[in-house]
Design a protein around this ligand. Structure first.
Ligand code: IPD
Ligand code: CA
Length: 270
């Protein structure tokens, strides 16, 4: 079985198991601190268990690096890692805001830049985004790409949740230059809709994201033709670690990337 098929089947099972739980009081019950450092909610636990049970069922021989469950080894000689954020956008999932997803990525090595396969499933409507390295990005089986033409409305996606007051002024020029700023609350799905061309740029400079939040969306955005760089303009990378925090800019084309970097006070050239 191909890795991408495993990730897709796992995400579909998560969808089936959480669709009636999202937005209920029960979905938000506290299950203690997860490996990623946030409180695990019942919906996170149900979703992770769905993935882990499925991997056990098919005798998966790798290691899972999960946002809540931590590191789960399925074999003494593991063949690669599944980077799992079984529910990205947990707050939305618990409150019933219709923007949350399951994010699963596979990498043979312990770093983001080695990710070869990624799946993001919109758990509200069942849309499935996927990519394998060098093979393009897809939504429900149809090829997708970032917005390459000059858009009628230039849409800026941004994550400013919990941003430190010192970091906020740097973002002011891009926030005020656009009348179309969007912040949805699930970064993996925000990268997927960027990859689909619905948003022209996505900026998160908070240094709060973990590899689990971005691994699948990162590959989908790249395979859809997007540019994804860190705050220094270097190709985004991260080691597989719960301590490492990530900032990034995803842009639909080089011109947009240079313009955004200039507005942020970063050198326009990469
Ligand atoms: C969160 C979401 C959110 C972002 C947070 C992440 P979680 O992931 O992606 O959009 O602002 O930094 O932690 O906790 O819902 O899996
Ligand atoms: Ca997450």
């Amino acid at each position: 079985m191909k890795v991408i098929d495993i990730l897709e089947e796992a995400a579909k099972r998560v969808h089936a198991n959480v669709k009636n739980l999202a937005g209920t009081k029960e979905s938000g019950t506290d299950h203690g601190m997860g490996a990623g450092g946030d409180i695990s909610r019942k919906i996170d636990i149900v979703a992770e268990k769905t993935v882990l049970d499925y991997l056990r069922e098919i005798n998966f021989e790798g290691t899972v690096f999960g946002e809540e469950c931590g590191i789960v080894e399925f074999s003494p000689n593991p063949k690669g890692f599944i980077i799992m954020d079984a529910i990205d956008g947990s707050t939305n999932a618990v409150r019933g805001l219709p923007f949350f997803c399951c994010s699963l990525a596979y990498t043979p090595e312990d770093k983001l830049s080695s990710v070869t396969d990624g799946v993001v499933m919109d758990l509200h409507n069942g849309d499935l985004y996927s990519a394998s390295k060098g093979k393009g990005a897809y939504m429900n089986g149809k090829k997708i790409q970032v917005h390459k033409e000059k858009p009628i409305y230039f849409v800026v996606g941004v994550d400013i949740s919990g941003i430190s007051p010192d970091a906020l002024p740097q973002l002011a020029p891009i926030l005020s230059a656009s009348n179309h700023v969007r912040h949805f609350g699930a970064v993996a799905l925000e990268l997927a809709i960027f990859a689909r061309g619905l948003v022209d740029v996505f900026v998160d400079l908070r240094r709060k994201l973990r590899i689990t939040d971005v691994a699948a969306g990162y590959l989908i955005a790249l395979e859809a033709g997007g540019y994804v760089v860190d705050e220094n303009g270097m190709p985004l990378d991260s080691k597989l670690s719960y301590d490492k925090r990530i900032s990034f800019i995803a842009a639909a084309n080089e011109e947009t990337l240079a313009d955004v970097r200039k507005k942020l006070g970063l050198s326009p050239k990469i």
